[in-house]
Write a protein that binds this ligand. Structure first.
Ligand SMILES: [Ca+2]
Ligand SMILES: [Ca+2]
Ligand SMILES: [Ca+2]
Ligand SMILES: [Ca+2]
Length: 361
C-alpha cells in the first residue's frame, strides 16, 4: 500500500513502487508525485503522468501538484493553509492522528502527507443566549458548529483552551460574580468537565488562558486592570497564582492578550492599547518591557483584539473583529501592516465576542 504520501521534486529519479505480482486492489491511492520527470514505475509499467497511473485498476486519486509546503527551504515540510493537498484524500487508509498529534480529518477529507493542517480559526459567542458559533476555516461562511453552553444572559465570559492536551481547543466560561471557571473538553453543550473558583469574586478582572509552562495543556489566569497585574496559574484548579507580575500601566483601559508570540511552545501575555491600536507583546511571563510592539488596525475603532496561529507557523499573531460589520481582520506577522486575511463571519451589528481556536472542525 502506497497511500497519502508525497514524492517531492525527485529530479529524474522517479518513484519505484514494486508490487509483484500485480494486484488489482487499489494500492496507490492519493499520493502527490510532484516534480518527477522520469515517470512513476509501479509493478512493471512506467507511467509518465499521474493520469496514466490513475487509469490502472490499482491506483486512484494520485496527483502531481506543487504541494504548498510552509517553508521547504528551511526544512518545514508541513502544509500551508493554501496547499492543494488539503482535504484531497479519502481518510480510509489514513491514521486517526497525524505526525504532530492533530486529529484526522479536520474539515472534509484528509490532507495528503504526514501532516493534517490545523490552524486557529474564528468563532463568536453570543452572551444573551450563551451560544457558541465556531467556524472551521478563516473565510466567510456559516458556522460549522453552533451550540449553547451556560446560562443565557448571565454575563459570563467565554474562554478557549486545550484543557486536556489533545491538541483540540474547547470552550469554557468565566463567571465574574463568583470568579469561577467552567471548562468543557468537548465543543458541545453539556455539563462542565472542570469547574473551580480562582481569584476574588465580583471584580472586573479579565479571564486569560494560555500554556504558561509549555506542557501542552492550557490553563487559566486573571488580569486586574486597576493594577495591570497578571495572575497566571499552571493548573486548572483553585489556589494561588504560579506567576504574578505587573506589566503595563495601571488603569489605562488596555486589553490583555495571551499567545505564543515567538513560537517556542510557551504562551505569554500582551496588552492592546485601543486608543493607539498598539499591541505590546511580551515573550516571557514577568515584568519588563515589550518584546514586540506594533500598530495594527485603526485607532479608537471599537474593534475587539484577538490572537491566533492563522497560518500554522506556530507563532500566534494578532487579529480583530469589527462587530459593526462582523468582519475579521487577521495578520500572520506581529509587525503591523495590513491584514493577511479579512472576511465576514456572523451577523453584523451585534455585540458577540470573537473567539479563536483549533477546533478540530
Ligand atoms: Ca498537523
Ligand atoms: Ca482539548
Ligand atoms: Ca500548561
Ligand atoms: Ca512563546
Amino acid at each position: 500500500m502506497n497511500s497519502h504520501n508525497f514524492a517531492y521534486d525527485q529530479q529524474n529519479l522517479g518513484t519505484l513502487c514494486a508490487e509483484r505480482p500485480l494486484r488489482t486492489a487499489e494500492i496507490h491511492v492519493s499520493n502527490d508525485f510532484y516534480g518527477q520527470s522520469e515517470g512513476i514505475v509501479v509493478g512493471g509499467p512506467t507511467h509518465s503522468t499521474v493520469a496514466s497511473l490513475n487509469s490502472e485498476p490499482f491506483a486512484s486519486g494520485n496527483l502531481a501538484v506543487e504541494p504548498g509546503f510552509l517553508d521547504p527551504g528551511l526544512g518545514e515540510y508541513r502544509l500551508s493553509t493554501g496547499s492543494a493537498l488539503l482535504g484531497a484524500a479519502p481518510c480510509a487508509q489514513a491514521p486517526p492522528e497525524d505526525f504532530d498529534g492533530d486529529p484526522r480529518p479536520i474539515g472534509t477529507g484528509c490532507d495528503i502527507g504526514a501532516d493534517e493542517v490545523h490552524v486557529d480559526t474564528v468563532g463568536l459567542f453570543a452572551q444573551e443566549s450563551s451560544t457558541f458559533f465556531l467556524h472551521g476555516v478563516n473565510v466567510s461562511g456559516a458556522a460549522d458548529a453552533t451550540f449553547r453552553y451556560g446560562p443565557a444572559g448571565a454575563g459570563w465570559i467565554p474562554v478557549i483552551g486545550d484543557w486536556d492536551g489533545d491538541r483540540v481547543d474547547t470552550i469554557g466560561l468565566y463567571d465574574p460574580s463568583r470568579s469561577m471557571y467552567l471548562l468543557r473538553n468537548i465543543n458541545s453543550g453539556g455539563a462542565a468537565d472542570v469547574a473551580f473558583r480562582y481569584g476574588p469574586a465580583g471584580q472586573a478582572w479579565h479571564p486569560l488562558v494560555g500554556d504558561w509552562d509549555g506542557d501542552g495543556v492550557d490553563s487559566v489566569g486573571l488580569y486586574d486592570p486597576a493594577r495591570s497585574l497578571f495572575l497566571l496559574r499552571n493548573s486548572n484548579s483553585g489556589g494561588a497564582a504560579d506567576l504574578s507580575f505587573r506589566y503595563g500601566p495601571a488603569g489605562a483601559g488596555w486589553i490583555p492578550l495571551a499567545g505564543d508570540w515567538d513560537g517556542d511552545g510557551i504562551d505569554s501575555i500582551g496588552l492592546y492599547d485601543p486608543v493607539r491600536s498598539l499591541f505590546l507583546l511580551r515573550n516571557s511571563n514577568g515584568a519588563g518591557s515589550a518584546d514586540m510592539s506594533f500598530r495594527f488596525g485603526p485607532s479608537g475603532s471599537g474593534w475587539a483584539s484577538m490572537a491566533g496561529d492563522w497560518d500554522g507557523e506556530r507563532a500566534d499573531t494578532a487579529g480583530f473583529n469589527d462587530p459593526a460589520r462582523s468582519m475579521f481582520f487577521l495578520t500572520n506577522t506581529n509587525s503591523g501592516g495590513s491584514a493577511d486575511l479579512n472576511f465576514p463571519f456572523g451577523p453584523s451589528g451585534t455585540s458577540r465576542i470573537p473567539l479563536s481556536g483549533r477546533w478540530g472542525l
